[in-house]
Design a protein around this ligand. Structure first.
Ligand code: OGA
Ligand code: NI
Length: 197
């Protein structure tokens, strides 16, 4: 994994946004995607909220994706394999970049056709725990005109990242404004945050 970790962080340090085309490996990505499809079919996904704590509100004008939190408590072998990779990545971040990460949180996200997430920052004003954002895309056969790009706003320009299968994106949660453009097809991902609590 070391090489994959290195490449992602090199890109992050150079461009403020690290992109890896195949961070988890195709088998684990495929298995996690199958978990997500099953959760969706079983109607276990919940409408995502915006904000934090008392300010939490359900705001369909801001975001319209549905989510489910990954957890070791689920005793799902694929989620556990995913967390094993994340544990190794946290060690790497803390050893090589002195990031002081103490925990993380990840949820599956499913954007049905017509869903979006308006421009935002991932770090809450009321709680600055979230340090780094990481997103994994699980969309096999994604087409250019399916839309659903992640639009990342940098100081002088913006970049549109297509949510193609296996791709992973990494950036600083307090710094990088971003948005999910309207998706014209079902769009699946795992999104999470490395925290300092
Ligand atoms: C988020 C988010 C981006 C994406 O969940 O906060 O910005 O590409 N997701 O799914
Ligand atoms: Ni976000």
């Amino acid at each position: 994994m070391q090489k994959v970790f290195d490449a992602l962080i090199d890109g992050y340090l150079l461009d403020k946004v690290g992109i890896s085309e195949n961070f988890l490996g195709l088998t684990l990505s495929q298995n996690l995607k199958e978990n997500l499809v099953k959760l969706f079919e079983e109607k276990k996904l919940i409408s995502a909220k915006t904000g934090n704590g008392n300010e939490t509100n359900l705001n369909a004008l801001v975001r319209s994706d549905k989510i489910f939190w990954l957890d070791r408590i689920n005793e799902n072998p694929n989620e556990n394999a995913f967390f094993d990779v994340m544990d190794a990545f946290v060690l790497f971040l803390n050893q090589t970049c002195y990031t002081g990460i103490t925990s993380y949180e990840f949820h599956y996200a499913l954007y049905e056709k017509g869903s979006f997430y308006k421009k935002h920052l991932d770090q809450f004003k009321s709680n600055a725990s979230r340090q780094y954002t990481m997103i994994f895309y699980l969309n096999t056969d994604w087409k250019l005109d399916d839309g659903g790009e992640l639009c990342v706003y940098l100081p002088d320009f913006s970049i549109n990242i297509s949510p193609t299968n296996g791709k992973c994106v990494f950036f600083k949660s307090s710094e990088i404004e971003h948005e999910v453009l309207m998706s014209h097809a079902q769009r699946m991902s795992i999104t999470g945050w490395f925290r300092v609590d």
